[in-house]
Design a binder for this molecule. Structure first.
Ligand SMILES: C[S@@+](CC[C@H](N)C(=O)[O-])C[C@H]1O[C@@H](n2cnc3c(N)ncnc32)[C@H](O)[C@@H]1O
Ligand SMILES: [Zn+2]
Length: 283
């Protein structure tokens, strides 16, 4: 694992700094964490199960869908916004993606920032295996966003949070006071044409409002822009986009396949997401 990334990591037991020791990370108090063959390290405390993240099938579907370029417009907007933050904020630090999945977005962002490294945090080992390989300047770490992140205070100039769970206090703690939090959330009409025919879970219409409310004690919204486009999805693409999302936990695959078979091919499908930029609240 990259030394440049390790300097931002702390021990989940005692909070001490870590360093590389052969194929392991070791904190200054002697706690040891093995770096997996696939290149990520788990900083989940013993006994904490990392099985509430995306499954192997969900991660495969996400990787396939993203590789087809359907969200290229979103990633371009995000990378542009991150590059602007890094250029204008006088702050040291890495880029942290909380709930990074396959590392698709983080890889695009660090690629735009040649002097920064990226830290992909997720609880799914299937996602982390991919994130660890997504870019040469990314390190991937297993942790639970609902606990204290195993990361130093003010480590990041940019924190990313894309379709992923948010713990406002920890997002704030790991962000430099000059840095920015970039959040991507689905907005009204996202994948709307698929909802009724496939009985998908609907998106909370007040999601953007709730996002700002939830982050309010820690962050102030400084910019919000909407990305809206229409994709023409093959049945294979539709299968992947359903399998990578929250409906994957609920849908019966046979019934779903039958319903997808009745859709037009290609299927015009709206992508509607909001990119929100937050600054830390306070002076
Ligand atoms: C909808 S996916 C989004 C992944 C990625 N940001 C993307 O857009 O491609 C949500 C991600 O959050 C992760 N996740 C869910 N619960 C988590 C938790 N408690 N701690 C850390 N990661 C979690 C999942 O494993 C999954 O990779
Ligand atoms: Zn320790």
């Amino acid at each position: 694992m990259l030394d440049d990334v390790i300097r931002y990591l702390v021990c989940p037991y005692c909070g001490a700094y870590t360093s590389c020791d052969g194929g392991s990370l070791r904190c200054t108090a002697g706690h040891v964490f093995d770096v997996a063959r696939q290149g990520y390290v788990s900083l989940l405390p013993a006994g904490v199960r990392g099985d509430n993240g995306d499954t192997a099938a969900m991660v495969q579907a996400r990787a396939d869908f993203l590789a087809a370029g359907h969200y290229a417009g979103i990633v371009a907007d995000l990378a542009h916004a991150a590059a602007e933050v890094a250029a204008t904020r006088d702050a040291e630090g890495c880029v942290i993606d909380v709930g990074a999945g396959t590392g698709y977005y983080l890889a695009a962002v660090v690629d735009r920032l040649p002097d920064r490294v990226g830290l992909a945090l997720d609880v799914s080992k299937f996602a982390l295996r991919r994130a660890a390989r997504a870019h040469e300047r990314i390190g991937a770490v297993a942790c639970d966003v609902w606990r204290q992140l195993p990361v130093t205070d003010s480590a990041a100039v940019v924190v990313l949070n894309i379709f992923a769970p948010r713990n406002g206090a920890e997002l704030r703690r790991v962000l430099s006071s000059a840095g920015r939090l970039l959040v991507v959330t689905p907005s009204r009409g996202h994948l709307g044409e698929l909802v009724q025919p496939l009985s998908l879970l609907t998106i909370d219409e007040r999601k953007d409002e709730r996002l700002a409310e939830k982050l309010t004690p820690y962050f102030t919204l400084v910019d919000r822009c909407e990305h809206r486009s229409t994709l023409r999805l093959s049945h294979r693409d539709v299968t992947a986009v359903v399998a990578m999302g929250p409906s994957a936990w609920h849908a019966d695959p046979t019934i779903l396949a039958d319903r997808i078979g009745h859709l037009p091919d290609p299927m015009p499908t709206t992508v509607a997401v909001t990119l929100s930029t937050f600054r830390p609240t306070g002076p």
